[in-house]
Write a protein that binds this ligand. Structure first.
Ligand code: PBG
Length: 325
């Protein structure tokens, strides 16, 4: 008989499979994104993202306690301000919604890593990630405001700032601004590889940040490109990024792998709003097994090379991991 290899031998039992498993998700790998809304009391569910909420500051404090109790190491904070203006003043206001949320999180649990999303799109009426002039999103002038936003987050106590605007030169601008002001220990997690993705749909409802005109294709990346992703990643490393992110996660695992191979810093992937809502919607109809699908997805991100995962499923996953233990 022709010899063949018996791969099935090592799949024979749950314990054997557990022993030879190459990748696993731990609670240590999870970052939980949270939306904090200025002026809100309590919390309100986001309709396109069941199980995800807008938090007022009081309810946010309770959420911080819950996330901490689950052993999740970090939060990623998004702010929804009351006021928007052309120069996005509320983004870098000392008493802005993110700045207050950072202070509150640190009061509740000083050990929790607080990462802040640094962008302007929630803070100006055009809903774009930089300053708008004559219908264009101008790069260099936007850098000053983005750097100022990052600085104000650092001053409030953020451990890590995460620029998601995709302007060129922003990592260098932020690093300089932080260093000049003595914040040399605040790290930068760069959304280095951020695609112009339709998967952000539910987030834009959640963050009230849909562009009022046009789209984000002149600054976010074309989903067809991966060589360019490597170029973006290397550029942000040169500019001083401490960690890199690939976003979205699910359709871009090849990109996560490519970035992982060319850099020596931690790489994150962001399992974005549309990816979350798709799973939720199918699960609600009983079409898929939510827990099994989420565990498979998150494990696949690790296999693709992600060191950590930003996901709206972080709390669920932390609970499932606890149950399994
Ligand atoms: C802001 C920002 C977006 C997301 C994170 N930061 C939206 C966008 O660029 O349009 C998307 C997150 C998600 O979809 O979960 N620039």
């Amino acid at each position: 008989m022709t010899a063949f290899r018996r791969h099935r031998r090592l799949r024979a039992s749950a314990n054997l499979r557990r022993m030879v498993r190459e990748h696993r998700v731990a609670v240590d790998d999870l970052v939980y994104p949270v939306f904090v809304q200025e002026g809100l009391r309590g919390k309100e569910e986001i309709s396109a993202m069941p199980g995800v909420y807008h938090f007022g500051l009081d309810a946010f404090r309770r959420e911080v306690a819950e996330v901490s109790e689950l052993g999740i190491p970090a939060l990623l904070l998004f702010g929804i301000p009351l006021e928007k203006d052309e120069l996005s003043h509320s983004a870098y206001d000392e008493h802005g919604v993110v700045q207050e949320a950072v202070r509150a999180a640190k009061e509740e649990n000083p050990d929790l890593v607080v990462i802040t999303d640094v962008c302007l799109c929630q803070y100006n009426p055009a809903g774009h990630c930089g300053i708008v002039r004559d219908g264009k999103i101008v790069n260099d002038e936007s850098l000053d405001l983005i750097a100022q936003t990052a600085l104000s987050h650092a001053q409030a106590g953020a451990d890590v700032v995460a620029p998601s605007d995709m302007m060129d030169g922003r990592v260098a601008a932020i690093r300089d601004r932080l260093d000049e002001n003595g914040w040399t220990d605040v790290a930068i997690l760069s959304y280095a590889v951020k695609y112009a993705s339709a998967f952000y749909g539910p987030f834009r409802e959640a963050a009230h940040s849909a562009p009022a005109f046009g789209d984000r294709k002149t600054y976010q990346m074309d989903p067809a490109n991966v060589r360019e992703a490597v170029k973006e990643a290397l550029t942000d490393l040169e500019e001083g990024a401490d960690m890199l992110m690939v976003k979205p996660a699910l359709s871009y695992m090849d990109v996560t792998r490519a970035v992982r191979e060319v850099c020596d810093v931690p790489v994150a992937t962001y399992n974005v709003s549309g990816e979350y809502s798709m799973v939720k919607a199918a699960a609600a109809r009983g079409w898929i097994d939510e827990r099994a699908v989420v565990e498979e997805m998150l494990t696949s991100f690790k296999r693709a090379g992600a060191d950590f995962i930003i996901t709206y499923y972080a709390k669920d996953m932390a609970r499932w991991l606890r149950e399994r233990a």
